[in-house]
Design a protein around this ligand. Structure first.
Ligand code: KG4
Ligand code: ZN
Length: 383
């Protein structure tokens, strides 16, 4: 089974092509045939965060070129003609994409794929819709089913891949039950996984997501978007100082929820106080970045281990953009080893948004959607 997958939930325009042997029900190995990710992050940087209307416009401008590149990478781009699907909606909503798609279909025959997978949510609805509209048009033109994928499930499954390199990969098979820590720009969740495909959310943030906190604190420290890698880079050069301390929100709350909005506010006041005291300089800034990163890491690690013990997990899966954070990775490694838990984290190249993870989720559950597909900005992993 070969799947072409589309991801446009945030500011990455991504298309991948993945396959598994037809004999495998749940895949134990897959082949990555194409993996194209076009990041818009630089374009959003001047807004200090993702600007939904810009994300939508960029997806619409770039999806068909990314599609062409992905098919070429997989050796599936063949000259020919495909009958045009109904594009009335796309002509109205994304005229530029409709024109590019018309040109593409007029010049290429249908590729040898079995289904089109697309992220239905969660994410920014205007951005999700662009990918969904392309998926619908391709599915109709190529006469293939659509598989609707949950973006967070994609993140979870991405941890089973050892790399994003083209070619065949054996999937890591963590011992179940597992506990997943999902940390991205929009989500911070602890999810119990008794079996593949069964997800139960046992905790989540009450306000800002961990990645959002990194991005907001980056702004307070005059660092560009996306803030996570920038704060982390700065923190790596910082030294702890007694006069710079931040709270560890909800560390001992007794549940599995998080809250990062107060931590961000504490950074704002700390920066203000240090500036007013005339002691705000580059060294102080690195110390604040370090203290913030340590605060977030400590809360995430402690609660993840507690949650894993609570559900009797044998393994911990970590996924989402913030799982690229080196301190979080190394602290989790230590804590998981101490608790005798297997730790599975995606390689850095798969931590942030991509379409491989969407294709992988579709290979795990290739059930076509039976109703008209709609974007679901708040689609929970356990609904
Ligand atoms: O999963 P992702 O690519 O997109 C969403 O679905 O949200 O996650 C993006 C988030 C951003 O908030 C970004 O700042 C954060 O992940 N991030 C990091 C690092 N790399 C990306 N946060 C901390 N440290 C990093 N190294
Ligand atoms: Zn994501």
């Amino acid at each position: 089974m070969r799947i072409l997958s589309i991801e446009t939930s945030c500011d990455e325009t991504a298309i991948a092509i993945v396959s598994k042997p037809d004999t495998d029900a749940a895949p134990t190995s897959i082949t990555i045939e194409a993996n194209i990710v076009l990041s818009q992050a630089k374009k959003h940087a001047e807004y200090g965060g993702v600007f939904p209307a810009l994300a939508k416009r960029e997806h619409a401008a770039n999806l068909v070129p990314v599609l062409t590149e992905a098919l070429k990478q997989a050796n599936l781009l063949t000259p020919g003609v495909t009958n045009l699907p109904d594009m009335a909606d796309m002509n109205e909503r994304e005229p530029e994409m409709a024109a590019a798609l018309t040109e593409f279909l007029n010049n290429h025959s249908a590729p040898a794929i079995d289904a089109v997978a697309v992220t239905r949510g969660p994410g920014l609805e205007p951005a999700l819709w662009v990918g969904i509209n392309l998926a619908k048009a391709l599915a109709e033109a190529w006469n293939k089913p659509i598989i609707a994928v949950n973006h967070m499930e994609g993140h979870v499954l991405s941890s089973l891949l050892d790399s994003a390199d083209l070619g065949q990969h054996s999937l890591i098979s963590p011992e179940l039950p597992a506990l997943a820590l999902l940390v991205s720009g929009g989500h911070t969740e602890l999810v119990s996984i008794p079996d593949w495909g069964t997800y139960e959310k046992i905790g989540q943030t009450k306000d800002d997501a961990a990645g959002e906190a990194f991005d907001k604190v980056a702004r307070l420290l005059d660092l560009p978007y996306p803030g996570g890698p920038e704060v982390s880079k700065l923190a790596a050069t910082g030294e702890s100082r007694d006069d710079i301390s931040l709270p560890r929100p909800m560390l001992t709350s007794g549940d599995f929820d998080f809250s990062f909005s107060g931590l961000k506010t504490a950074v704002r006041y700390l920066v203000r106080d240090l500036t007013e005291a005339g002691t705000w300089d580059d060294a102080t800034k690195t110390a604040v970045a370090l203290e913030f990163e340590q605060a977030v890491t400590q809360v995430l690690v402690k609660k993840t281990i507690k949650a894993a013990e609570h559900v009797g997990a044998a393994s911990i899966l970590v996924a989402g953009g913030v799982s690229a954070n080196r301190r979080l990775r190394s602290e989790l490694e230590k804590a998981a080893a101490d608790a005798s838990l297997q730790l599975v984290i995606p390689p850095l190249s798969l931590a942030t948004d991509n379409a491989l993870m969407i294709g992988l989720a579709a290979l795990f559950n290739p059930t076509p959607i039976s109703t008209e597909i709609r974007a679901e900005g708040n689609w929970s992993i356990d609904s």
